[in-house]
Design a protein around this ligand. Structure first.
Ligand SMILES: [Zn+2]
Length: 244
């Protein structure tokens, strides 16, 4: 367990791909971000979360995911069962994403239920616009829908930080070619526009895997650099600090 910034705790980086399970918190309220698969020998992430909430007297208000890939949401049904009072939030694109639909085929337990219906059963709040807003103990919590790594990408903004999921920062390319490069650029622009419109100062950028943590980040210049295709060369940016 590691607190990487005030209000940001990584419970652990789970499984073979080491995806972080995050707890965001303020004033006794928390959000779970990412519900990864775990390896043999690791304690189940929802169990660890449960212990954490109990110990720290925190209420798990929201369940969030950065994008619909299995290494980020594989244990969601378990979290769902473990935290019945938690509101699970996702963009509508989640329900149409091929990876997520594939996952849900194993998840759903009602015979004959459509994938759409199953999706709505998994989420309490499905939003369709570019932005979702909530709060943790009075502190704003925003989600921007902006596909770059996948067509279900959600950027999570809280306490001056953005959790960027699997967005590759500093390069247009991501670890796959799921999103049209033109759409990537449009979504980077859209993200900057929304952050600017919210008049929100982002100075930290954290990857969903918890391996790249940017502090004292110049948000707009990193976004601009992320629009450049470096053709497979080393991206210019390096995290100032990385977790072990
Ligand atoms: Zn991932």
């Amino acid at each position: 367990m590691k607190q990487v910034a005030e209000g940001f705790t990584i419970l652990k980086r789970y499984g073979r791909l080491k995806t972080a399970c995050w707890i965001l918190e303020n004033n006794g309220e928390a959000a779970i971000v990412e519900m990864p698969p775990y390896s043999r020998g690791e304690k189940a992430p929802w169990e660890k979360a449960k212990t954490y909430f109990k110990k720290n007297w925190v209420f798990p208000k929201y369940g969030l995911l950065t994008h619909p890939h299995w290494d980020h949401c594989y244990t969601m049904p378990h979290f769902r069962a473990a935290f019945p009072q938690t509101r699970f939030v996702a963009h509508d694109s989640f329900l149409h994403d091929s990876y997520f639909r594939y996952m849900m085929r194993n998840m759903r337990n009602t015979r004959g239920e459509s994938l759409e219906a199953a999706g709505y059963r998994f989420f309490d709040d499905v939003f369709t616009g570019d932005i979702w807003a909530g709060d943790l103990g009075g502190e704003p919590l925003y989600i921007i829908y902006a596909p770059k790594h996948s067509y279900g990408d959600m950027l999570i903004i809280f306490k001056g930080a953005m959790i960027t999921g699997d967005w590759y920062l500093g390069d247009l390319k991501d670890c796959n070619d799921l999103v049209n490069p033109h759409h990537k650029v449009l979504n980077i622009d859209k993200t900057m526009r929304i952050v600017n419109h919210l008049n929100y100062h982002i100075h930290m950028l954290f990857s969903g895997h918890g391996d790249a943590l940017f502090y004292d980040a110049d948000f707009y210049s990193i976004m601009e650099q992320s629009k450049v295709d470096h053709n497979g060369h080393q991206p210019a940016l390096k995290a100032r600090y990385q977790t072990a």
